[in-house]
Write a protein that binds this ligand. Structure first.
Ligand code: SF4
Length: 206
């Protein structure tokens, strides 16, 4: 038998292979949901992702460089998408930062209106997830948050904002603890996209 995660024979006896194959299926779900919404509103999937991202994140993350990292595409790809969004009046470029060659991308009033039409693009998935029991959701989330952190540590996921990689996180008496909020974090309180996240310094750099 040819060894491969995608060989159904291997998946018969190896649950990790089945999980990877399952995650590949799930990655298709986002493409499908984004395309469905894109067709309705006349934007591309990446344009939708950019608008939704800037609606819910701090200004310091809303620039070409960060968006390229966030969505794992090139800066020219983001610049092209931003140019179209600008031409359609959905965003405003703010050049007021100290580096006047770069700009922060802000939503215009029209952009806010558009976001209210598109930020539900993932509802078909959310509806299915809502159907799981609380213990199932807690178990799924615990595994998911650890997997995201490990993929980031391996350099596969360039961006993550989970507690496990945050400088304010520590394990205190075998419990998750946030030094910023000064409270214990139950597994379900671990953040996956925390606005207060600050990257933990790599050991030996301080
Ligand atoms: S600041 Fe946010 S990401 Fe960091 S440990 Fe606290 S809750 Fe987690």
């Amino acid at each position: 038998m040819k060894q491969s995660t995608f060989n159904p024979e291997q998946q018969r006896t190896d649950i990790s292979s089945k999980i990877v194959a399952g995650l590949e299926r799930l990655s298709e779900v986002f493409k499908i949901m984004l395309w469905e919404k894109a067709k309705l509103v006349g934007l591309s999937p990446i344009q939708i992702q950019i608008l939704v991202f800037i609606a819910f994140h701090k200004r310091n993350l809303c620039n070409i460089s960060h968006l390229a990292k966030e969505f794992n595409v090139t800066k020219p790809t983001i610049s092209d998408a931003v140019r179209v969004l600008d031409n359609k009046g959905f965003i405003i470029k703010d050049y007021s930062s100290s580096d006047n060659r770069s700009y922060t991308i802000l939503l215009s009033d029209l952009g806010h209106e558009m976001v209210s039409k598109i930020d539900d693009f993932s509802n078909p998935l959310k509806t299915q997830i809502d159907g799981f029991s609380k213990p199932e959701l807690q178990s799924l989330f615990a595994t998911l948050s650890q997997l995201i952190y490990k993929l980031n540590q391996n350099g596969i996921l360039t961006v993550q904002r989970t507690c496990f990689g945050c400088k304010f996180y520590e394990i205190n008496d075998e419990k998750n603890y946030c030094n910023l909020l000064r409270k214990e974090l139950l597994s379900e309180h671990i953040r996956i996209d925390c606005p207060e996240y600050e990257e933990k310094p790599v050991a030996g750099t301080i």
